[in-house]
Design a protein around this ligand. Sequence first.
Ligand SMILES: [Fe+2]
Length: 283
Amino acid sequence: MANIPRLDATASPHEVSAALGESGGVIVEGLLAPDALARLNAELDPLLDGVAPDRDFLNPALAWFFGKRTRHLTAVTTHSRVFVDELLCHPTLLGVCDEILLPSCARYQLNLAHVLDRGPGADAQLLHRDQLVWVHVPRPHPELQVASVVALVDFTEENGATRLVPGSHRWPLERAPEESEAVAAEMPAGSAVIYLGSTIHGGGANRSADVRRRGMHLSYVLGWLRTEENHYLATPPEVARTLPRAAQELLGYAAHDALAAGGGYLGALDLRDPAELLAEGKL
Ligand SMILES: [Fe+2]
């Protein structure tokens, strides 16, 4: 059985990208330093404690996909400044996006940041490819998405570590994986498994007695596609204006200007770049 390659936080974005191209996924240990991990979890603890056990979803399919044993925290950019400062603009993640996404867009953007706190008894997720949310893009197409799951506690096979099918980014769409082809991304807290939008993966079953598997899905997408989370509503201008410019840009507040590629612009406001309007105090 193929393994998921493993690097540490000193690896260059090029090394991480090379491993991604080879295997479809790679574990980067120590992406978050222990201090940053502790501050992030301290910020998340009360927020997750305040999550109601029952919640509504977009549709029954999404409710089924996530199951009933998971606490969700969305709009993380609004709720967690530690996330903004330590993860959203992490140089390794953005360096990988530079290599994989930037050739196909004028700028990439945050797709989704979502904490999934999966309790004991949570079932394994359906194995899937994240980029099928953009199923209407004609194939073949370049990689649309760079995704990751950041381990905010130790991820073990028993507590439901993300499972990934190495090499599946090269498979034809119709090939379904055997259960035995999925490898658990076991890793210490602060690590991340980074994978391509085309790589088959899914959360594992939490078979532990009392361990909540807290992780964060964090993904980036080409700047000309619609994002899974509606950032303009999740992080409205009154919040966005308090964030660093790089974060504003990743949230989609910057125009996507493809003039240099012979194209036009997207995401303007009053024929201006919203990020410039934020900088001028006009938004
Ligand atoms: Fe996924």
